[in-house]
Design a protein around this ligand. Sequence first.
Ligand SMILES: Cc1ncc(COP(=O)(O)O)c(C=O)c1O
Length: 369
Amino acid sequence: MKITVWSYLKEYAETKDEIKNAINEVLESGILLRGPKVKQFETEYSEYHKVNHAVSCDNGTNAIVLALHALGIGAGDEVITVSNTAIPTVSAIVTVGATPVFVDINPRTYLMDTTKLEAAITEKTKCILPVHLYGQCVDMDPVLEIAKKHNLYVLEDVAQAQGSEYHGKKAGSMGIVSTTSFYPTKILGGYGDGGMILTNDNQIDAKLRRICFYGAEKTYYAIEHGYNSRMDEIHASILLTKLPKLDLYVDRRREIAALYNELLADTDLILPAEADYGKHAYYLYVVRHPKRDQILEKLHDHDIWVNISYPWPIHTMTGYQYLGYKLGDLPETESAAKEIFSLPMYPSLTNEEVKYVSDALHQILAELK
Ligand SMILES: Cc1ncc(COP(=O)(O)O)c(C=O)c1O
């Protein structure tokens, strides 16, 4: 049995007609951009999060760039985030001219260690950018409290946590802005690229709508510098078929996680820690073991393909050496990167496939003893 780390093909086979009809409807409508499907998707997405405004864009990286730009963050400003994240969290900060500042992670959840946050604040800090990684929210109460005390913005990166919750609130509904990605592997994934920015602030919403559209409020007239960052009608129509199923996707992911938890409880793998403040959406099921690299090799022999998110902390990458971090600066981040890996996780994964992965892991771990 071959098990890939992710696949959309089973899901597509089950929903083919719905998706083809949605695409066809757009193609026959005569409107490909800035039309009713994008508007409807923005409305439904904002309603799902109980947030006033949703502004769609072309991907989750540009969503962060646009959100930072809309907050007026740029050269000379510092944005506090983590080094254990996808490159785009950090590249977006650099794109607007600001400087990323990293805090270490909690060794059990692999999320921002909020007890270390305040020490990272300087006179230049403008924003805290918590990343709700792997499907789980950062502990937001301390983040919001520290931000309030120091008069800082909070931008939530929700690319990996659509549908997850913090004390009953949806991820993405707590900061002044939040951003997400509809990259195909995401919990709410499209069939190509897409992104969204949420805010309750009317002025930020208006600014975002302008800067997504060349800085213009009306065609051919820019009132400020802007970008071109749009979601198209076809992608909005596909995502509209999937949004009503978002909670079902999360439920199925949680079922798979519970099954992995049960089947792997008797191994020496360190299983994911679910914080009691929220609802983990299990974008990834991340386990940890000191013999990670040997386990991965053997999993390949069983035709099981897993992923590492992420093998290299951003502060150790060549592209970000100029930030001046050195090995040892973020010890929890650095040691997790050597030991973590993510088991196959997507709603259409069957219980038999989960069992197959678990059986293989039992065999491999026994061989490595
Ligand atoms: C945490 C995080 N932030 C931002 C992004 C950027 O999203 P996109 O790939 O849509 O640009 C991703 C996805 O790759 C991500 O995982």
